[in-house]
Design a protein around this ligand. Structure first.
Ligand code: ADP
Length: 271
């Protein structure tokens, strides 16, 4: 693992099949992209299932996955690797992208627009038919095996002029759009993930959807499926529903007292 602790790298062991409830044909499309060695871009709001989808598909395809949460300090070297001093010697340590290429794994760059611009430079040659990763520092030119797949995600909601994905980058990927599941499916997901009976999850999903409808007005983002799961977990654990709703569906969305009051009213009505 890279010394830069802020770039979260997770290798998921093969064998487990994380639960994922599909919304459409995304599983089949992803599998075809993998078989045809095409890179994939997942677009959608935070907490709507993108990471879970990648974990599920990776397990299904029998490939390990290296997940990197991109942030504004993440450089190309964090992905490719660097020389480190070890006991007086200088040794090369592969970064997660290089490891994924060498091992034929899936490399998932979460929120790729957050990363520094030099990241796109290392990613580009892996996204066309060359499928190569040049490592300038070691002088290696790695040819990605058929099992290697590059997956990136981004949240169009956060898009601003400085941080949008350039057409020259996005047009290198097949793109799958993710949104929140339909209420019926979301209630089942929340019940399964939290252990709270489904009929008690239905009103929570209704609240989330009422809050999501406010997105265009006062809120940058609506309540995610992830937050709904948190809410249901608290309730299942015996927390008073009103307290759970405030802590998981209201407070994370805004710091503004007036906005929070308005959200609470919307939640009350939806309940
Ligand atoms: P994202 O990567 O889009 O930010 P995640 O994949 O981390 O979101 O999803 C957050 C949580 O929501 C997951 O841990 C899971 O509990 C739940 N979740 C969301 N969508 C689904 C889905 N379609 N199937 C199963 N779980 C889901």
């Amino acid at each position: 693992m890279m010394p830069n602790a802020s770039s979260k790298v997770a290798a998921i062991t093969m064998g487990d099949l994380p639960f994922y409830s599909p919304a459409g044909s995304e599983c089949e499309l992803f599998e075809r992209a993998y078989r045809n060695q095409l890179p994939v871009l997942l677009k959608g709001p935070t907490g709507c299932g993108k990471t879970r989808f990648v974990a599920h598909m990776a397990a299904k395809l029998g490939r390990p996955v290296y997940t990197v949460s991109c942030h504004d300090d993440l450089t190309a070297a964090d992905l490719t690797g660097r020389y480190l001093l070890k006991g007086g010697d200088t040794v090369w340590v592969d970064g997660p992208l290089t490891r994924a290429v060498r091992e034929g794994a899936i490399c998932y760059l979460d929120e790729v627009v957050e990363a520094r611009k030099d990241v796109t430079v290392v990613v580009h040659p892996l996204t066309d038919d060359r499928r190569i990763l040049p490592l300038e520092r070691t002088g290696e030119l790695l040819q990605a095996p058929a099992e290697f797949m590059l997956v990136v995600s981004y949240n169009p909601g956060y898009q601003n002029v400085l941080k949008s994905l350039k057409p020259s980058t996005r047009q290198r990927f097949l793109a799958l759009e993710f949104s929140f599941p339909s209420p019926d499916i979301e209630a089942s997901i929340v019940a399964r993930e939290s252990g709270l009976p489904r009929d008690r999850c239905v009103p929570l999903v209704r609240i989330a959807n009422a809050l999501r409808d406010l997105k265009q007005q006062d809120l940058e983002e609506g309540a995610s499926t992830r937050l709904l799961v948190y809410c249901a977990v608290l309730i299942r654990d015996g927390v008073n529903p009103q307290t759970a709703i405030e802590a998981s569906l209201i407070e994370p969305l805004s710091d503004d007292a007036d906005v929070k009051q308005a959200l609470l009213r919307v939640a009350d009505i939806a309940l």
